[in-house]
Ligand binder design. Sequence first.
Ligand code: ME8
Length: 638
Amino acid sequence: MPQEKFYITTPIYYVNDVPHIGHAYTTIAADVVARYKRLEGYEVFFLTGTDEHGQKVQQAANDLGVSPQEHVDKLHRRFKELWVRLNISNSDFIRTTEERHKKLVRDILQELHSKDEIYQDSYEGWYCTPCERFWTEKDLAEGNCPECRRKVEKIKEHNYFFRMGKYQQWLVDRIKNDPHFILPTSRRNEVLGFLDKPLEDLCISRPKSRLPWGIPLPFDEEYVTYVWFDALINYISVHGSLDDIKASGFWPADHNMVGKDILTTHAVYWSTMLKAIGMEPPKNIFAHGWWTVNGQKMSKSLFNVVEPNNLIDQFGVDVIRYFLLREVPFGLDGDFSHKALIGRLNSDLANNLGNLLNRTISMMKKYFDGVIPTRSTISDEDSVLAVKSKEVIDDVRKLYDELAYNKILQKIWELVDATNQYIDKAGPWNLVKTDEGKERLKTVMYNSAESLRVLGVLLNPFMPTSTETLMKQLGVETSVEEQGMKSINEWGGLKPGSQTKQAKQLFPRIEDKQAEKILAELAAPKEEKKDDQITIDEFMKVELRTGKILEAEKVKKSKKLIQLKVDIGTETRQVLAGIAESYEPEDLIGRTVIIVANLKPAKLMGIESQGMVLAASKDGKILLAGFDQEPGQGIQVR
Ligand code: ME8
């Protein structure tokens, strides 16, 4: 039977943004479903990426004095790197400046233009530069942008328009006839409310004279494409041409996962754009809620942006993944607090799950030399545990359809609690005292470990690293990914005779003192660090030392290089310097220079250089950095 396909997407994030827990939240949520569906045997395509055109990028690049392309080439990596750290299993990463994307945007524009779905008109409206949107007079909030409340400008210009308005009734019917299309229901009602007013056509161009950084319209090179019209197409351009996506079996996508801030663009712009090109809208658009931090909106100017890299360093990646999805029902707004995170880590992860694993593995070692025993007697308690496990698995499967992550985790914890209670009730420490008890102990220990195996599979999408470690501790060598959900359809899959392994705790508790310290550090006021600035700690990583040149000779066949032997106090280093056009080797001997002493050695023209000499360059002439007075060699420079 061919593998069933499943397609899930996140928004493509603005490349200018500093990735924070809000971005991480959507991406982790999508990742959990992608991983779960893979465990169920689906062929999954999971897409994320970056949105790289538009006014804000152009502005930021201008401010830095670099080209927009250079700017986005650098910035998009922050997202890519964070996803690696967060264990995101995306199938592809789309960037809207890639050729594959730009080509499909232009093809679609051309097709819509030739079908008269796009027309030119003169337009006068209020334009909000930060939001890159036109507003009508009646949209304005006290004369300002209704979205960001900033000032708007009156602009009159010729532009191109997509006939979005004509799809209004179709869209209303589509939403009303398919309760699964837009979720949660409260958000679906908001979209229907928005569609109560007449739907206007969408301005899809910006004159190049005002904004050159975008995809040129194929039928009028004087204009670039409006950034939203460009960005939404990413969900299909990643698969190639329109024919490619149709043939791929991945359309319509199963879930377009977004935050509530961008539901209208997805539910209205994207659905009608797809309709106009003869394609189905996604099966589901899910708009989740908004994270604030200690009750405040996250913002760079408030210095309260919760940076996922710091959280990972502090608490570990799986703790973050677990917390974000456990704390708040998906769809509702949530407030992030480190205190709540530490609370969940200590109670759910360290005390409940971690303790269950620890004591099971310890008792297995103590009573059975670490080897999983074969079950002997079967009692009512054993059946109750097996039935509970089956009930949890069935419910979890259903809850994934609603993306009810917090309920899934609550359900899974019912099995954690049931297993802890099962052990307490059986009391292995008493059973071991009699021969009859010892027989019973085999079943009790087997079942406790089997329950942990089930938990390992169920929790794998949420905590991929910890659950693989858990499985290794249970002596299961095959990865959860290979085992799949089918491996827990029947109770009793754990192989007797496997050797369990005692290891360090999966989720170490954060004790009160340590928690206080972490919270105090976090509460300390922070200064904003710009992208092109480094901290004093970062600077101090560079080890600068004075060194005396002992020998100097030109490198054969090189116009620029001189090979130096430099005494840096503790040792003599061989250093290559590109200074031959400005200095004669013999003039260098005895001179004190500044060396970067902890630079990774590199080979130049086959010769190893064990450091770098500091120098300035003016009008092609090189000037070695030096001192007013002779400091001697091996002195640290700061
Ligand atoms: O809107 N709480 O990109 P963006 C929860 N490029 N989720 C949050 C959040 C928060 N505080 N902050 C951000 C764009 N998000 C467009 C999208 S798609 C074709 C183009 C998440 O960088 C949430 O998913 O502003 C939200 O929808 C998205 O980041 C906005 O990311």
